[in-house]
Design a protein around this ligand. Sequence first.
Ligand code: NAD
Length: 326
Amino acid sequence: MEAGDNMNITCVGSGTIGRSWALLFALRDHQVILYDISHEVLNNAINTIKIYLNTLYEERLIDIQSIDKVIRNIENTTDLKYATENAKYIQESVPENLSIKKNIFKKLDEFTSPETILASSTSGLFMSDIQSGLRHSERCIVVHPINPPHLIPLVEIVPGKKTSSETINKTYKFMLELGKIPILVKKEVPGFIFNRLAAALWREALSLLNNDVATVEDIDKEVTAGLGFRWAIMGPFLTYHFGGGEGGLEHLIDHFERAFSTWLKSMETWTTTPYSAAKKAIMQTKEIKIIKDKSRDDILKWRDKKLIQLLKLFYPQLITLKEKSQ
Ligand code: NAD
């Protein structure tokens, strides 16, 4: 795997995440094989990729000829051996289940040459568990994307105990070349960093809903118009550093110590989602205006257009698709 080369890349699993990875690789001129267990799923994946490409075209990130070129860069198959035997990099995105992933990695270990990097999209499983017992476990690594990977810059790179430093360095460099913002997670913890932060907020969102403090729509608005709006520029540490005025973070921690302590003591410590909270969340989400008014495809298109606007605003250096695909 050399810098800047066009490579044979295989995406194993063509669901929500696999199809978006396939698009990202193909946009960067790599030859992609998309694998899944049925032709029906693969056809759905290709249709979604066409919708995504159309949005990129409407947002003037690619030209009309590039749509065909990108589609031609993506072959699809239900034959795992054929899909993987010539790949230089494989991105696995099968369901979040350790035994399914172990089983797939065992086959990938057999079918591919030892230099092929085997990356997993897992949201929080340990690579140390997935890679154990493989012949060439040193080339296995977690590359956790954020949905949809073709538009969200962050990826978490999480090595397992047996992952080599060569694999870490190559993968990190490859992600930079793809236009991603990689974070190297220093220790394996369940859910890594992104999903642990998300889970803490999700539990509190469900608790506020369960206690009738606000509706689903208003809690979502607290995040999109408040917390999330600010977080797109500054993360929690920098935000609080400025929240502390002249005295910075030191002052904020000191000043809000008692308030935070009161808030934290009043919060739920659930480790599973209560039925009442889940039911309320599901019922109210179905009633959100955009869900009632628009089709799923229209909402995804709307989401992608907004994400592209944010990319243009915050990470214009990552939007190099037009030059690349011409
Ligand atoms: P998904 O259910 O949409 O897709 C999984 C795909 O794998 C399906 O197309 C399915 O047919 C296929 N599959 C099932 N069994 C298989 C097998 N034995 N071999 C090959 N393919 C098989 O799931 P997803 O949301 O795309 O998640 C895939 C992975 O990405 C999971 O590990 C998940 O945790 C991770 N991930 C998901 C998100 C997200 O927001 N959905 C975000 C980041 C990471």
